[in-house]
Design a binder for this molecule. Structure first.
Ligand code: HEM
Length: 511
């Protein structure tokens, strides 16, 4: 009896494999060109540890709209401005959802945040809250003092480290996390070191490590997502890690919410929202809200804000400084602009940016070559659709390869070179209207906080260059700076950039 079952199973699998091979491409649908998928694994064998680079190479053979199968899931990759425009603008609504994936389920309270929420009333209400309540120009204006204070504190911290080798990203991340947590949570909930740990439940390093793990797990190719019948085995152990991380993060959010709820209760009718968690908690209490928010929503949204606002900016700063240190003449040009526009007796402010066109070009050039979200976030086709004459079936997962678009020689002269001048006098911004440059995406799912991200990056980069000369540690030469990447939802340098700051302005400026 047992051997009969084995024969039936083997025959069924062979038949399935033969049907798959005979039926490629499927039915009458003409999906975009792409490599022939293998049974069971599809094209996963072609994807290396840096998926955006593997896909970039494949697109040079198969074209700017390419069809693959990851396991049994249909996937389309768009690698040109025109194809990105088709997905994010022409057919924006059809591609406005997110796929169901383990990261959304296990690390964001079962899709209760914005980033992983499927397109629908919950997402659209959350997005409105982000845009109208949390990132409105009024709110960004009234929290400017926090950004100014934290910027000053970064500059004096770096001044105290003059002549010392530092991991630049750690310092910028700390500043971002301070800004974001004061905005979102009302204060810094992290103690500076383990010695001070009794003051708070988590140190800055521990929280940073949790965020790194979160971003990594949100970007990994988890086999169970693509080959559903293997899901239960959790072959790479990612789901186990997601669940463990979620528990640790949840303890932290519970602690934050408990404090906020206690103040809300104590103040009763006189309660006034002081931070974003207050705003969200008040909404969770609102019976008239179109879609009910619960405490998981408050935690999910809070996590979006903390994770979205911290690493994105510091990773971009680290890439910018890595490129600049390799080309000191660009730093000289930037510093000349700063001396001319700002002078030596004040720091760069957010309002200076219309006059700092070269620094702005450095930022754009950094985001062209090193977009943090190299594949944006996955989009899901909600309906069958035709793009550039090809059929894309409902349920297809679409990635926009913004890394590849930034390296396309049809669009960019000498694309591999870091040349900020290419943006001078060119009418191209990063706000989702120019599909050649999409660091924040475009359309309905575009980053809702791009304006905060830009404010932070511009002032940090401007002041790092204004306040310091940057050297490499003695034993490191410019040729030693490699530009290897580590893939994740945010793609960062594989090896952190170590630099030595030397003050450039008079000592009183740093106090
Ligand atoms: C350098 C700064 C930043 C960059 C480059 C960036 C980039 C992006 C990108 C590429 C997306 C996905 C777009 C798509 O799916 O097509 C995104 C979405 C998102 N970002 Fe940002 N971001 C930045 C800063 C921030 C900040 C400061 C926050 C919050 C404080 C934030 C919160 C979010 C959220 C919640 C989403 C999900 C939107 C949705 O699915 O509807 N980001 N961001």
């Amino acid at each position: 009896m047992e051997s009969l079952s084995w024969v039936i199973l083997a025959t069924t699998i062979s038949l399935l494999i033969m049907l798959k091979l005979l039926n490629y491409p499927h039915g009458r649908k003409t999906h975009p060109p792409g490599p022939r998928p293998w049974p069971l694994i599809g094209n996963l064998n072609l994807i290396g540890p840096l998926p955006h680079q593997s896909l970039h190479k494949l697109s040079q053979t198969y074209g700017k709209l390419m069809y693959l199968e990851f396991g049994s899931t249909p996937v389309v990759i768009a690698s040109s401005p025109e194809m990105a425009k088709q997905i994010l603008c022409t057919h924006d609504r059809i591609f406005a959802s997110r796929p169901v994936m383990a990261a959304g389920k296990h690390t964001t309270y079962n899709y209760h945040n914005i980033t992983w929420a499927p397109y629908g009333p919950y997402w659209s209400q959350g997005r409105k809250i982000f845009l109208n309540e949390l990132f409105s120009s009024n709110r960004l204006g009234s929290s400017k003092y926090i950004r100014v204070e934290e910027m000053k504190s970064l500059l004096s911290r770096l001044h105290a480290l003059s002549g010392v080798s530092i991991v630049l990203k750690d310092h910028v991340t700390r500043t971002n996390l301070n800004v974001i947590s004061r905005n979102v949570l009302g204060r810094k909930y992290f103690s500076a070191s383990r010695e001070e740990k009794e003051k708070e439940m988590v140190t800055f390093e521990e929280f940073q490590e949790m965020l790194d793990e979160l971003l990594l797990l949100n970007g990994v190719l988890n086999v169970g997502d693509w080959i559903p019948w293997l899901r239960f085995m959790d072959l790479q152990g990612y789901v186990k890690r997601m669940k463990a991380l979620c528990k640790r993060l949840d303890r932290f959010y519970e602690h934050v919410l408990e404090e906020h709820r206690a103040r809300m209760k104590a103040e009763g009718d006189g309660f006034v929202e002081k931070d974003m968690v207050d705003v969200l908690l008040k909404m969770a209490d609102d019976p008239n809200l179109e879609v009910k928010l619960d405490f998981d929503s408050v935690k999910g949204f809070t996590q979006d804000l903390l994770a979205g606002g911290t690493d994105t900016t510091s990773i971009t700063m680290e890439w910018a400084m890595s490129e600049l240190i390799k080309q000191p003449h660009i730093i000289m040009k930037a510093v000349n602009e700063l001396d001319r526009v700002i002078g030596r007796e004040r720091w760069v402010q957010e309002t200076d940016f219309p006059n700092l066109t070269f620094i702005d070009s450095i930022l754009k050039e950094t985001m062209r070559l090193h977009p943090v979200a190299v594949l944006l976030a996955p989009h899901l086709a909600l309906e069958d659709c035709t793009v550039a004459g090809y059929d894309i079936a409902k349920g297809t997962i679409v990635f926009i390869n913004s890394w590849s678009i930034g390296r396309d020689s049809d669009i960019w002269d000498d694309p591999q070179s870091f040349r900020p001048e290419r943006f001078l006098g060119r009418d191209m911004d990063v706000k989702g209207q120019h599909f050649e440059l999409l660091p924040f995406g475009s359309g309905r799912r575009m980053c809702p906080a791009y304006s905060l991200g830009l404010k932070m990056m511009r002032t940090i980069l401007g002041n790092l260059l204004h306040g310091f000369n940057w050297n490499l540690p003695k034993n490191i030469k410019i040729e030693d700076i490699d530009m290897e990447e580590l893939f994740g939802l945010n793609t960062q340098r594989k090896f952190p950039l170590v630099v030595v700051p030397e003050p450039r302005l008079a000592a009183h400026m740093y106090n």
